[in-house]
Design a binder for this molecule. Sequence first.
Ligand SMILES: [Ca+2]
Length: 365
Amino acid sequence: MTDLISRRQFSGLLAAGAAAGLAPLSAGAAAKADLPGTRPGTRKVIFDTDPGIDDAMALLFLHYLPTIDLLGVTTTFGNHVVDVTTRNALYLVERFKINVPVARGTGIPLVGDYGPPPVYVHGKNGLGDVPVPDQVRTQPDPRVAHKFIIDTVRAHPGEVTLVAVGSMTNLALALREDPEIAGLVKEVIIMGGAFGYFGTLGNITPASEANIHDDPTAADEIFGAKWHVTAVGLDVTHRVEMPTDYLSALAKEGGEVGQFIWDITRFYEAFYKKNGMKSIYVHDASAVAYLADPSLFKTRSGAIRTVTEGLAIGQTIQKPDSRGFPPGAWDNRPSQAICVDVDAEKLRQLYRRTIIAGAKTLAAN
Ligand SMILES: [Ca+2]
């Protein structure tokens, strides 16, 4: 949503939603032009993604947030090979009339190889095996993803937030080719890492979260660059669950968008239920929620390193600024933020309200 008319329509629909009994997140919220609790103004965003079921949920959330000006989608490998994640991104922007370019990114990490895609989590087609055409009409941007990132950041110096929810390879390639962009990016928000805050383990090994494990060298480079990174890792995303009844209510209230989220999450939910859970984890949409409303989270500052080889490859370790240690590998690295707590209920409310209001704009257009 990039034009003023659709933003106004959206705000009106939000107010209508509040009048219909949707619980506001804060008193007097329905009267505000923007979503309650969200950052004021328009935030320019590039979404770097590997769709992916939770990526699709995050992209729809991002698209329908009225405070966000989505400038483009860049694709990477992770939840599937990059051919498939790019096809899925093109399909999503076409189907939901998200009028932004999609730039295809790299298919391999900076070092080593990409293993078999986790089809047991995201399905053979990466979108929970809901039918997706092999080919979509929308063509990718002619630029490779990291060039698109460089061009777009340089076109809007100081304004662009990078939200990265797959492997960090495109961001690292952009930094390698044009290190000055670190000083031109407004902010970087990633879904990635497991920092052990609550004794949190990884999800691909006991040490490592999948996005970081897919390219630990890239992750270490992006944490070491002189831009501000906030990592929304498993420490908080494992505290944000969407149970079946939440998703079924979204399917009823959220029009075509809610129905699509319901459809793609059937496969994902079955995976989690096989592993003894009653709900799905909301990984990538939690990073978008941080962008929309950082007050939903608590953070901790400190330099971050990623283990790039050996048994613990992909492990992310922060040295909190509040702690002193003898000289070591964290010295002379920028202080970055990790999320250490989240108001999951408010996050779910924000997601629900955004999808329901967004679905009405889709139906009206
Ligand atoms: Ca992802």
